[in-house]
Design a binder for this molecule. Structure first.
Ligand code: ADP
Length: 249
């Protein structure tokens, strides 16, 4: 069957810290239009994999390819400009600025315009239009002029995701996007992520398995730095190794 194209892939990815192997032999494909979950118990190596993919950490072994380009030796800022963006990288939300103002700042940043006081009217109009579009896409229309500090916890997270999208990433890496959230906010953010993934690829670390089951198309399970299962949620959750190792049943 026809699978959506792979935009980010890792082959034989590994990282040692001194004599300790934190990640070993990880193969991963992240596809356009799909949400891929990376799950596993604490210490499994999920954060290390994220750091390797974004090039915050240099891999000890293996290769990483982004949009057909080998990025294994590339610097993190170049990788980000190529379209691989992690949520916290630019998720600096300014509490005293409104939703719209935050997005305008986020949109100016990648264009290198942040330090300019004066912008050509055409540029301003373009930034404003992009900001308004992002606001509508992420269901923030009613909060356009609300200061970030006055948003609910869940909506603040949505604003963070929106500022990340200002870079128009091809691949979005989300590190526990539901952390610390109550049920209603979880549902809202889940819907937003689903929406966001329609025209880009999403790789997320998520502990909430109900969310993984609900919105993720593909799941990779790590244990002690190695992949122990991969597939859709139903397949992975029935894997005996996953059940004993991860779910404790
Ligand atoms: P997870 O995100 O799945 O909880 P991590 O990637 O944070 O797992 O950690 C995987 C393993 O690598 C853990 O045993 C952790 O202690 C170890 N580790 C992570 N970063 C470092 C480091 N900078 N130095 C030494 N050990 C590390």
């Amino acid at each position: 069957q026809d699978q959506p194209r792979v935009v980010l892939s890792a082959r034989g990815l590994g990282r040692d810290f001194g004599g300790f192997t934190a990640v070993n032999d990880v193969d991963l494909d992240v596809r356009h239009g799909l949400i891929h979950a990376l799950i596993g118990p604490n210490g499994a190596g999920k954060t290390t994999v994220f750091n390797l993919l974004t090039k915050f950490l240099q891999p000890t072994r293996g290769t990483i390819t982004l949009l057909g380009t080998d990025i294994t030796r590339m610097r993190p800022d170049r990788v980000a400009r190529m379209g691989l963006v992690r949520s916290f990288q630019i998720s600096a939300v300014f509490p005293h600025l409104t939703v719209l103002e935050n997005l305008r700042v986020a949109l100016q940043r990648p264009a290198g315009l942040a330090v300019q006081f004066w912008l050509p009217l055409s540029t301003l109009n373009r930034l404003n239009a992009r900001a308004e579009a992002l606001i509508d896409d992420l269901g923030l229309t009613a909060f356009r002029d609300t200061r970030a500090a006055d948003l609910s916890y869940g909506r603040k997270r949505v604003l963070e995701i929106a500022t990340t999208l200002a870079l128009d990433p091809e691949v979005l890496l989300l590190d526990e996007p539901m952390a610390g959230m109550g049920g209603e906010d979880v549902q809202m953010v889940a819907d937003i992520i689903r929406n966001v993934a329609r025209d880009r690829a999403v790789l997320m670390v998520e502990h909430n398995l109900a969310v993984v089951e609900d919105i993720c198309d593909e799941v990779t399970v790590l244990q002690r730095g190695k992949i122990i299962a991969h597939g859709d949620y139903a397949t992975v959750s029935e894997n005996p190794q996953v059940r004993t190792a991860y779910m404790g049943t």
